[in-house]
Ligand binder design. Structure first.
Ligand code: AQP
Length: 334
């Protein structure tokens, strides 16, 4: 069976972008068609400063968000990266396969490092190499991600291809990114040219999965838009990034397409559409956030699931790592 791997950083609370671009789709991929492995990628989170006093809680919150959304430990392997050393070990080997020129082209590094790239951590720069290891240490064939991660999955393929070429065997698969649906790039509610992020400056620019109904309504009400009503066709959303974003969010939350949303709401003004969107978001998110709160009050329950998941993950990863060391010619006699 094809194998799916994907992960989320515990670098803050989960947003609607993480939910629609990632978690909701991961839930849908569980089942007989795929073997699914989902990871809280805490080693990625520390590429920017994380307070040691809050990292564990953030890790549990992301795990709780996945569980509450429907990631089922009976169907998927769910664990956090720091409990499976094979990720970091393979990442080192890949650091020696990946080329500086490839890393230099990564737009996420440029975005995250900003103007002062000299002060960025070496880890932030090497992040895509660790991500390639996360995926390839399971020989994962499919990686469901949001649009923002496409370039990193392509780099993963480059690393796999170069490794296979250099070490003479088609050992690592060329993994496919799976980027489908109306909300692969959920935008910032205050600026339609930026994506919605956990770590953005203002809380008003994102919907958090733990926001209550009033907060969700307030954030959509204040979301930036243009004065035009909703068009009848998707073409009418071109050059209207904020309007397009709200329509796409509505479509993703209701499991339909932007076309269908516009058919139902053509001609509506924002005074009508925004409250409808808020109501839909609350209807979908409230049960998840209630279950997240219950789980977060039971950290032992979460930790037990992550520990069990890590054990199952290692059973797949360790033999693949061992074979990689072998192909590269290391002595590993213990
Ligand atoms: N705005 C988004 N729209 C669609 N998908 C998104 N994802 C993130 N933001 C959006 C998807 O969520 C998954 C997990 O992402 P991540 O936590 O590993 O890193 P990120 O993409 O850097 O997420 P954030 O929220 O922007 O975190 P910070 O602010 O800490 O960097 C990925 O599949 C991603 O595509």
């Amino acid at each position: 069976t094809p194998r799916v791997f994907s992960g989320i950083k515990p670098s803050g609370g989960l947003t609607l972008g993480n939910y629609l671009g990632a978690i909701k789709r991961w839930v849908d991929m569980q089942g007989p068609a795929f073997e699914t492995i989902y990871c809280v990628v805490d080693l990625h989170a520390i590429t920017v400063w994380q307070d040691p006093a809050t990292l564990a809680d953030a890790t549990r919150e992301v795990a709780a968000g996945m569980l509450a959304s429907g990631i089922d430990p009976a169907k998927s392997i769910l664990f956090n990266q720091a409990q499976v050393p094979a990720h970091a070990e393979l990442a080192w080997l890949f650091n020696c396969v990946a080329r500086l020129g490839w890393m230099n082209r990564m737009t996420q590094f440029k975005d995250k490092a900003g103007k002062n790239a000299e002060k960025a951590s070496l880890g932030l720069y090497a992040y895509p190499s660790l991500m390639a290891a996360d995926i390839l240490v399971y020989h994962a064939t499919h990686v469901p991600v949001g649009e923002d991660q496409k370039q990193h999955v392509e780099l993963t393929r480059d690393i796999a291809a170069k490794f296979n070429h250099d070490y003479g065997e088609a050992f690592f698969p060329l993994t496919e990114p799976v980027i489908e649906g109306p909300a692969m790039r959920v935008m910032n509610l205050r600026d339609g040219s930026k994506k919605m992020s956990k770590s953005g400056d203002s809380d008003m620019e994102r919907i958090n999965m733990t926001d209550d109904a009033d907060t969700i309504a307030k954030k959509f009400k204040k979301a930036r838009t243009d004065p035009e009503p909703l068009p009848g066709e998707v073409a009418g959303l071109a050059d209207r990034p904020e309007a397009k974003n709200l329509v796409d969010i509505y479509a993703a939350l209701s499991d339909t397409t932007a076309e269908a949303v516009l058919r139902d709401h053509a001609g509506a003004g924002w005074g009508t559409f925004k409250p409808a969107l808020a109501e839909l978001a609350v209807e979908k998110l409230a049960p998840i956030s209630d279950e997240m709160k219950r789980l977060m009050a039971a950290p032992d329950e979460i930790d037990a699931i992550l520990a069990k998941g890590a054990e199952r993950a290692e059973a797949i990863a360790n033999p693949i790592l061992e074979r990689t060391f072998d192909l590269m010619g290391f002595v590993r006699s213990r």
